[in-house]
Design a protein around this ligand. Structure first.
Ligand code: CP
Ligand code: NVA
Length: 340
């Protein structure tokens, strides 16, 4: 629910502000009192989280491994060539065995049914680390990044001062968010999230590239469709946009469609020119889940002042830590976190 999403993001922010001063003291502003140096509770102490990844990952994997260690636990990386799954063993049997030895599973899969099958049989919490249709932990990092930067969109919100070690996390402003590109897993989680938090979504994708019925049914079921407009013209999508977001045009597993996709997405590259012609808010900011190719966004935008991509990548760690603490650490201590 929107309340649960807001609480999870606020919890992630609180883990970040209590962890950074002792993890990276040289880079962090000095805490004002020793009370502010409290370390996060080690909710994963003596516990193991299985990272079951059948696809490549930099951010999600490193975020999960480093977050687990701060919470006192062990992350066990199981790549597709390491274990019996898919060659000698079914997801059902693998799930039951991992659930017997580990206290949670973070799974990056191909077909979405694979993560559902794991959740059905594991007996421990299973968190989606990306599937063909969804990427739920990405949108949490995006939300934390937008809230931390709320002053860039709303002049009534004061900018954090450089000596302000623990700024209060502002609410998410009511933003217009443009997504230009491939309507895939990363966008799908935005479609079911931003409209429920009071933001408008304006999407542009080429003809023939639309969400699959399963995703769109969920969007409608949650009443999000009223907060979304769709066009095949990127200029229309960026009109009045506060934030412009894109993702790769060739997701993992679609490598053999590369030539066709490069042709179909021609004209969808995010550039200063596109956003000026389309009439984006002159102060627009740019986000991307990464990894990035120049096809979908040029260097000027990606490395320019508008870009929030690297703080966004850093926030994968704190939001995955929030998820692991709430749903794995505290779950195995006797039940789901009642507040989240
Ligand atoms: N954004 C993201 O999920 O990156 P990785 O594929 O590197 O984990
Ligand atoms: N849509 C991309 C996201 C990578 C984080 C993919 O699935 O490959």
């Amino acid at each position: 629910s929107p309340t649960q999403i807001r609480k999870l993001v606020a919890h992630s922010h609180s883990l970040k502000r209590t962890s950074l001063p002792w993890l990276q003291p040289a880079l962090s502003p000095k805490p004002k009192s020793s009370k502010e140096l409290v370390k996060p509770q080690k909710s994963l102490n003596n516990k193991t989280v299985a990272l079951l990844f059948s696809k490549r990952s930099t951010r999600t994997r490193v975020a999960a491994e480093t977050a687990t260690s701060i919470l006192g636990g062990r992350a066990l990386f199981l790549g597709k060539d390491d274990i019996q799954l898919g060659v000698n063993e079914t997801p059902r049997d693998t799930a039951r065995v991992l659930g017997g030895m580990c206290q949670g599973i973070f799974a990056r899969v191909g077909k979405h049914e694979e993560v559902e099958e794991l959740a059905r049989w594991a007996g421990v919490p299973v968190v989606n680390a990306l599937s063909e249709y969804w990427h739920p932990t990405q949108v949490l990092a995006d939300l934390l990044t937008l809230q931390e930067n709320a002053h860039l969109f709303d002049s009534s919100i004061p900018a954090p001062k450089s000596d302000d070690a623990f700024p209060k996390l502002p609410e998410l402003p009511k933003l217009t968010i443009a997504y230009v590109g491939d309507p895939a897993n990363v966008l799908n989680d935005m479609l079911v999230t931003y409209p429920r938090l009071g933001c408008r979504m304006q999407v542009a994708s080429p003809n023939g590239y639309k969400p699959i019925p399963e995703v769109w049914n969920r969007v409608k079921e949650l009443g999000c469709d009223e907060g979304i407009s769709w066009s095949d013209d990127p200029r229309e999508a960026v009109k009045g946009a506060d934030v412009v977001i894109t993702d790769t045009w060739i997701s993992m597993g679609q490598e053999n469609e590369k030539a066709q996709r490069l042709q179909d997405f021609e004209g969808y590259q995010v550039t200063e020119k596109l956003c000026a012609e389309g009439g984006a808010n002159p102060n627009w900011k740019f986000m991307h889940c990464l990894p990035r190719k120049q096809n979908e966004v040029d260097d000027e935008v990606f490395y320019g002042d508008r870009s929030l991509v690297f703080p966004e990548a850093d926030n994968r760690k704190w939001t995955i830590m929030g998820v692991f603490d709430s749903f794995i650490g505290r779950w195995s201590d006797g039940g789901k976190d009642k507040d989240i």
